[in-house]
Design a protein around this ligand. Sequence first.
Ligand code: SF4
Ligand code: SF4
Length: 201
Amino acid sequence: MRIPLPKIRELAEALTSLFSRAYTNRYPFEKVVPPDGFRGCPRFHEDDCIGCLACYEVCPARAIAYEDDREKLTRTLTHRPDLCIFCQQCERACLTEKGIMLGKEFELAVTERKTNTSQSRKALVLCENCGAVIGCLDHLKFLAKKVGTLLYTNPTLLLARHDELQLLEKERGQASPHPRAGHLRFLCPSCRREMILKEQF
Ligand code: SF4
Ligand code: SF4
């Protein structure tokens, strides 16, 4: 019987591949390094996060949650890989560009869905008049630096900047004779407006 030519070629290819190195990776026995630009699991980088919630707002899969603790004055952001679709919107929206970043991590199988999370915990600032949440202290400090000299038009940002310069405790320890010293408090926009209107009328 005569073997057709294509079959001989296939046989040669089979023998060649049998004695040559495998083209594919021997995963999981060999470590796989994903290429640059690979969208792996996002992780919070607490030192670069300011707790602004931009990532929470843009996440289409609701994979980022947050909780404000008024007793301990903390805001905790949590990222859940089991809900994440690795779209990178959180990284793109991040104000500091480094607060949450996608890495190359892709081995995310766990037996408990809510484990393997990453978190960022930030100090929270409440309105000193009504107790409403103003935001995270690091966020206020970030904004205070961004607005430059306009900082002096906003006492809340001014206080945040003074806190960074370690002037706040000193100032607050002194009774100020200034008639508008009451302005120098962390106040939410509503209380700030009310205070200014009461003073003017
Ligand atoms: S990568 Fe997309 S789905 Fe995952 S946390 Fe970021 S915004 Fe949400
Ligand atoms: S700084 Fe970035 S990671 Fe932190 S809350 Fe804002 S957007 Fe999210």
